[in-house]
Ligand binder design. Structure first.
Ligand code: GLA
Length: 728
């Protein structure tokens, strides 16, 4: 609910459990006065402090009032060059050469329903679910307007933000920075949690108290990256899963991003998040506008668990466009780790034949089916089937798979080209390449200039033809290198600072076109595993391959970190063969199943090599997953332990929204000879209900939560346990 006190110019955004407030003050500066637990309202600007501080500039309107300074006031969208020396949200380059920007309140609009952003991913919601507030700020001298968009999803404690900058003058203005989110705090005793890693070990939480100065994370790789994620948490020092105030902030963007926090001299804090200013410069001709990608905030007064559950629900219900919404996504088998590039149609069909009777419903043909793609040195860019490997083309292989009662899916990597390809030989100028330099290769491939419409049209034409040629219900969209040599032959010198962002817009455009032309198509995102796992991609690709690391034990950490923002239904997870390809570890098949089914669930191994006993285990796993699909994919998620603590086990739990059923999953570490007696405390159950566990007994919910459940003694490395609870 948005409440506007017009006479005091106070804007209050209430969600079910939180309140957010801004106020246009006497000098038309838009102050940020509150974001935290829900309060009844009123004007919270009494919290803002004024003092005469040495060296603090005072704006001209303040006259002789030396206590009024942007240097210390909490800003809703920070400016630069006029007295606030903390992190700026915006930087302009004006015709005069000035980089200064001073923004003052100019008006507001209120709308029912949620705003949309053209060409950019955004949370969506109709009238009953969301409201929109637009506050306009103006820099009168620069003749630039900045519109701040707020989407309020009351039931989800979610507040979205976006920014549109409009050039209202009669000369071009260059935008050097345009953050999506600025959030000031009247305190600085906060921890910052970022989610960092590398290829094969993505999104590991890293927590530290804010120190004086600037800390942050970001990416200049052209993707959101394996190394840092565009999601962060700020929280009380003692916040944990169930306790403490915490704020989750995400950016719905899949390219270069920057998130920074600053703890400033008088113990205030600021969070700024948006497109990375690295090599960014956008020219706004008179009348033109620039829209920064959306950011979204969730505040939880009661710990990380509640924050994650709100984010999960919001992402599932108001961000993802799942063609199978309300239905069940198929259990899949992917041939990558089974065959790599070395396959024939008969080999693929052999795997599918083994998979179908085990309950697997979708066969995904991975890399290697097109062009002269026998290894990763050739073929990217030539999206026509390799008839030597697949005589009869896509139609024939898809038909054989469908004949087994399975659906058929396909891997593509549209953004890339190998020099050894017909496409590159015909259009060497279509790649990112700086004049006079040879572009760097990554996985022996170059990056196509997706900022260009003609390049996108050509690639899209090829891919559309393939997708139209057979019944293809699923596409895995991959992207296997970082961007370098970013320079576009289609733009003049002074507009090269737009190319990184135009590239991302190009990717979004391609994905939108594909979804528009193939309405039932399901697209899985991938970027060398989890290198572009962000809310921007999720808008188009409801699930993303979480990591190229399929080892169940490493995955406990990767999926744990990922779960702070992203729901189980977005995390691509497969059972693969042992010893694991990434780290050589051997884990039981049961354990691999337990971990993968807390993601989107599938297999990535040559099932024809499995024993009868293993096949029986797989058959049971797929049946169990299907039986409990709603609970696993749409249930409320509880982290019961932290795998980074090296405890004796990692456990998590899904609970149905009405508390009538729950699934507890647990995986142990390496075996120890004299294990302790351990008790697991469950969460989220109905305290007044009695539950059967795996069909037996009768356990009151409050006892299972307060007193716990005694764990059996495990024998062997990396054992697992699943407890299915149903209220009697
Ligand atoms: C990337 C993906 C893998 C696989 C290969 C194919 O590494 O993450 O899952 O598709 O590409 O080349």
């Amino acid at each position: 609910m948005i409440v506007i006190d017009q006479s005091n110019r106070v804007f209050t955004l209430h969600t079910r459990n939180t309140t957010y407030q801004m106020k246009a003050d006497r000098h038309n500066v838009l102050l940020h006065t509150w974001y935290g637990p829900r309060i009844c309202g009123g004007d919270l600007s009494y919290l803002v402090r004024y003092a005469d501080r040495a060296c603090a500039p005072n704006p001209e309107e303040a006259g002789t009032d030396r206590t009024y300074s942007l240097n210390t006031l909490p800003q809703e969208y920070s400016t630069c060059g006029v007295g606030d020396f903390r992190l700026p949200s915006i930087e302009l380059e004006l015709p005069s050469g000035s980089h200064t920007c001073d923004l003052r309140y100019a008006g507001y609009e209120l709308h029912q329903g949620k705003y949309a952003l053209e060409g950019l991913p955004a949370f969506f919601g109709g009238e009953p679910d969301a409201q929109t507030l637009v506050i306009t700020l103006e820099d009168a001298a620069a003749q630039v307007a900045v519109e701040l968009y707020y989407g309020v999803f009351e039931a989800f404690d979610l507040i979205t933000r976006a920014v549109r900058v409009v050039n209202r003058g009669c000369e071009a203005v260059r935008l050097r920075q345009c953050a999506s989110l600025c959030l000031d705090f009247l305190r600085s005793d906060l921890d910052l949690i970022t989610f960092n890693g590398c290829h094969l070990m993505e999104r590991c939480p890293d927590r530290a108290a804010l120190r004086l100065g600037v800390q942050g994370a970001g990416s200049v790789r052209g993707t959101s990256s394996h190394q840092h994620n565009p999601f962060v948490i700020l929280c009380d020092h003692n916040a944990n899963e169930d306790y403490g105030l915490c704020y989750g902030a995400m950016l719905l963007y899949s390219g270069n991003f920057q998130v920074q926090t600053e703890r400033s001299q008088y113990d205030n804090a600021r969070l700024v998040m948006g497109i990375h200013p690295y090599q960014f410069c956008w020219t706004l001709e008179p009348g033109q506008s620039f829209t920064a990608p959306e950011a979204a905030l969730v505040c939880s007064p009661s710990g990380f668990g509640q924050m994650s559950r709100q984010l999960h629900r919001a992402i599932r219900e108001h961000l993802i466009h799942d063609p199978l919404e309300g239905g069940r996504r198929p259990v899949l088998i992917n041939n990558w780790e089974a065959t790599y590039f070395d396959f024939t149609a008969d080999k693929l069909v052999e795997i599918a034949q083994t998979a179908a009777p085990l309950g697997i419903e979708l066969f995904v043909m991975d890399d290697g089916w097109f062009g002269k793609r026998d290894d990763d040195n050739a073929g990217l860019g030539d999206w026509s089937v390799n008839l030597e490997k697949l005589p009869g083309g896509i139609q024939a292989i898809a038909g054989r798979v469908e004949h087994l009662g399975m659906k058929f899916g396909l891997w593509i990597e549209p953004e890339m080209v190998n020099e050894d390809s017909d496409l590159y030989r015909a259009h060497p100028d279509w790649v990112f390449r700086v004049p006079g330099r040879s572009p760097a290769r990554g996985r022996n491939q170059l990056v196509l200039d997706f900022s260009r419409q003609d390049v996108r049209d050509h690639i899209y034409g090829q891919i559309k033809q393939v997708l139209s040629s057979a019944g293809i219900s699923y596409v895995k969209w991959d992207m296997n290198r970082s961007l370098t040599d970013v320079w576009s032959a289609a733009l003049p010198a002074q507009r090269q600072g737009e190319v990184y962002h135009r590239y991302v817009l190009g990717v979004y455009d391609m994905l939108s076109r594909m979804l528009r032309d193939f309405p039932g198509l399901f697209i899985e995102g991938c970027c060398g595993g989890g290198g572009r796992f962000d809310a921007g991609m999720l808008y188009y690709t409801p699930q993303i391959w979480c990591s190229d690391n399929t080892d169940a034990i490493d995955r406990l950490r990767i999926q744990y970190g990922t779960s702070f923002c992203y729901p189980v239904s977005t995390m691509g997870a497969h059972v693969s063969a042992v010893p694991n390809e990434s780290n050589g570890r051997i884990t039981p098949l049961e354990t691999r199943g337990v971990v993968a089914m807390s993601g989107t669930f599938g297999y990535e191994m040559d099932l024809s090599k499995c024993t009868q006993e293993e096949r029986e285990t797989i058959r049971k796993q797929t049946a169990f997953f299907k039986e409990h699909y709603d609970l696993i994919q749409r249930g409320d998620y509880y982290r019961l332990s932290d795998p980074f603590q090296n405890g004796p086990y990692t456990a998590w739990e899904q609970v149905s929204p009405d508390g009538s059923e729950a699934l507890v999953s647990l995986v142990t570490g390496p075996a120890i000879a004299a294990p302790s007696f351990l008790t697991l405390h469950l969460k989220g159950l109905d305290p007044n209900a009695c539950y059967q566990i795996n069909g037996q007994g009768s356990y009151p919910g409050d006892l299972l939560m307060q007193a716990g459940y005694p764990l059996p003694l495990f024998c062997g490395d990396y054992q697992s346990l699943q407890l299915y609870l149903s209220a009697i």
